[in-house]
Write a protein that binds this ligand. Structure first.
Ligand code: ZN
Length: 506
């Protein structure tokens, strides 16, 4: 490396470090707002977070960054594609080109609209008042189309938004994949709904919250979530957030009479957080120090929540310990009855409460509606009615109102439309593919899980996924870790085997 190249690389890293510091400071403000900030702080906090976002955007889109990227191109292209410098150049170039394509004023309009729209939604949902959010949603759709217009090379307006969350994926790829998945899940759900329903009443006894919290903490420590580089707090909507590679926090919520809520949201967020804690420290302070896509992120949360945390082996080890923590509630409940209860399949109305078999049907409905709205085949005015119709068609259930219908999820009311749902289902599919590859390469993993040993699985995930941060796209990671592109097979096989054992052959 020549001295010139070395000093240009240093200068690029120095500039990116400042952007990373500004974003990291913004993350601390967000974490504080979502956990401990008194409500009186809202206005000042909103302004300060917007200031940091604007400064970070200005610093990142500075023409000086573009000049450095131009100057470093021959060097980056001379390196092996998997080297840190080559990946840093590639990912920064991609993000820089996207960030400079959309004018700052348009971005500011989106941000201001999103926060106003979110505020209206927080009142409209409890009041079941779609009319109140309708003009805001119409503007969201217009802004979402307008944003896509800055990317004339794409085939579908949603592709601009999908590229933000799940770079490399397009509507044209996702649609057939989701259609095939929907057919398979609908068939499974039909069969299960004709079988004997599972009794899960024992999960709705009173479970003291401090004991729930202590149990969840014990499990995620065993998983390998590092409390010296993280912490767990309470918040109304659980989330995980990376303030730095060595400070990745999670939040959770507990309900006394709903055992599933606290434990499984804790396991879910620990999966997101272990991904961020596992990033190679050499990538710190750069755009590479981040999960690579929404789908890969969700693959890790769902893997630890479901493929591990709702597995038979896991409970072979943990059920006696759970009984010891809750002797009055579970002392006389058989392990098998408990296992079936936490895996109960049921057609329901709320996405976030849905079981593993029906969950993706909720996602696919939302993805399809967003595509139709962006294409103009469904109007915002018709959206509440079409929502109910799609639910009846896909799940056989109908919400009594819009609160649990079109107003259910925050996503369309706090950002743009078109890129916010596919990651959930892509994550489930990828999670199964990663897990199958880990077990194929290390067949002892299921037995280790049944002994409460998660180190080997965690290490496999760290080596194959976590440490790379954003160096590789989701496709590249899948190819490297599993030897092939995204496939539905492992996921369907996992669901058929697991739920076939519970409900009879599927
Ligand atoms: Zn998640």
């Amino acid at each position: 490396m020549s001295n010139k190249i070395r000093s240009e690389m240093d200068e690029l890293r120095r500039r990116l470090q400042i952007v990373n510091d500004l974003n990291g400071a913004g993350a601390v403000l967000y974490w504080d707002q979502a956990t401990y900030m008194p409500s009186g702080g809202t206005a000042a906090r909103g302004r300060r977070m917007a200031t940091l976002t604007r400064l970070a955007h200005e610093r990142f889109t500075d023409p000086g960054v573009g000049k450095l990227l131009d100057a470093l191109q021959p060097y980056a292209e001379s390196l092996p594609a998997d080297s840190d410098d080559a990946a840093l150049w590639r990912v920064t170039r991609r993000q820089y080109d996207r960030a400079t394509r959309v004018p700052a004023d348009f971005m500011a309009e989106i941000t201001a609209h999103a926060s106003e729209s979110y505020d209206v939604w927080t009142h409209a949902r409890p009041a079941n008042d779609f009319a109140a959010v309708r003009p805001f949603l119409e503007k969201t759709v217009a802004l979402s189309r307008g944003y896509a217009d800055f990317f004339p090379e794409i085939d579908h307006p949603a592709d601009a938004h999908i590229a933000e969350a799940d770079y490399g994926m397009t509507v044209a790829q996702i649609r057939p994949l989701f259609a095939e998945l929907q057919d398979a899940l609908t068939a499974m759900t039909d069969v299960i709904s004709r079988r004997e329903p599972v009794d899960d009443a024992m999960l709705r006894q009173a479970y003291p919250i401090d004991a729930q919290q202590a149990f969840g903490e014990k499990v995620i420590r065993a998983y390998g979530y590092d409390f010296k580089r993280g912490r767990q707090d309470l918040s109304p909507h659980p989330f995980s957030i990376a303030l730095a590679i060595d400070d990745v926090r999670i939040t959770t919520r507990f309900k006394e009479r709903d055992f599933n809520e606290g434990l499984f949201s804790t396991l879910h967020e620990s999966g997101h957080a272990m991904y961020e804690q596992g990033i190679d420290p050499a990538l710190a302070g750069t755009p590479l120090a981040d999960g690579t896509s929404a789908g890969v992120h969700e693959s890790q949360s769902r893997l630890w929540e479901n493929m591990v945390g709702r597995s038979r082996g896991f409970w072979r080890y943990y059920y006696p310990r759970l009984q010891a923590a809750f002797p009055d509630q579970l002392g006389r409940v058989e392990e098998e009855a408990f296992y079936r209860a936490i895996n109960k399949v049921m057609r329901s109305l709320i996405r976030t409460d849905a079981d593993e078999v029906t969950y993706n049907l909720h996602v696919i409905i939302r993805f399809g509606l967003a595509m139709d709205v962006l294409e103009g085949t469904v109007s915002v005015a018709d959206l509440p009615a079409v929502w109910h119709a799609r639910y009846e068609e896909a799940l056989g259930v109908r919400a009594p109102d819009d609160r649990d219908g079109v107003l259910q999820d925050v996503h369309w009311y706090g950002g743009l439309m078109g890129g916010s749902f596919q990651g959930y289902t892509l994550g489930n599919i990828m999670g199964a593919q990663f897990f199958a590859a880990a077990v194929a390469q290390q067949p002892a993993i299921p037995e280790e899980i049944a002994r409460g040993e998660f180190g080997p699985l965690h290490e496999w995930l760290r080596a194959n996924i976590y440490r790379h941060g954003s160096k590789f796209t989701a496709d590249e990671l899948l190819e490297r870790a599993t030897g092939g592109p995204l496939q539905l097979g492992p996921y369907l096989e996992y669901l058929r085997k697991k739920f076939g054992e519970i409900y009879g052959e599927l």
